[in-house]
Design a protein around this ligand. Structure first.
Ligand code: URA
Length: 205
């Protein structure tokens, strides 16, 4: 089988070569890059955000702006580094003005995240915000699909992927923690549900 790096490279190329759509036209107009994803292709933990912001689209890297700083602090609090995980988004091009991605946009990028999941086969998927939560819970036909993030955040949900068991940890988006102290505390507390997986990694599994 091809190495995962090569398989992920093909996903990147396919995104780069996407035919025109409003988000791809915006990418070209602004000189942005698509944000495919970054990290360890063999990671057991995958983090999925919503869509790139301005700084991400300028650099082609996920979570490098203000939300990324919050994410780095959360990772650090559990002893994880970016190199230990794989980070990507549901939508790979920036929606102008940081608006929410539309239904059709989410659908247009669906095959790419689906393929990344097949390649990386994560044991735990951390969803950041409601768009990522809805996508992942629907994708793996979790019975909780369609529930509100207020009900599911911080709960480690067990389900099954075609490649084996999978856990999903829905979290609020790190952007909510930027201006709201209470939400930040919730996020910090919720993130600790990842700890058992980190300890397993350090134990050499
Ligand atoms: N917000 C996201 O959802 N993803 C990023 O990559 C950056 C900000």
């Amino acid at each position: 089988m091809e190495e995962r790096e090569k398989q992920l490279e093909k996903v990147r190329t396919a995104i780069e070569e996407l035919p025109d759509s409003p988000l791809v036209e915006e990418r070209r107009r602004q000189g942005y890059s698509p944000v495919t994803g970054e990290g360890n292709p063999y990671a057991r933990i995958m983090l999925v955000g919503e869509a790139p912001g301005e700084r991400e689209a300028r650099t082609g890297k996920p979570f490098v702006g203000a939300s990324g700083k919050v994410l780095d602090e959360l990772l650090d609090s559990t002893g994880l580094r970016r190199e230990d995980v794989y980070i990507t988004n549901v939508v790979k091009d920036r929606p102008p003005g940081n608006r929410d991605p539309g239904r059709a946009e989410i659908e247009a990028y669906r095959p790419f995240l689906a393929r990344q999941l097949e390649i990386i086969r994560p044991e735990v998927i951390v969803t950041l915000g409601r768009f990522a939560m809805d996508f992942i819970l629907e994708h793996f036909a979790f019975p909780q699909a369609g529930s509100k993030i207020g009900e599911l955040h911080g709960r480690l949900l067990k389900g099954s992927a075609p490649y084996g068991p999978v856990y999903v940890l829905p979290l609020y988006h790190p952007a909510v923690a930027l201006y709201n102290r209470e939400q930040r505390e919730t996020l910090e507390k919720d993130f600790q549900a990842l700890k058992p997986f980190v300890e397993k990694k350090n134990a050499g599994f």
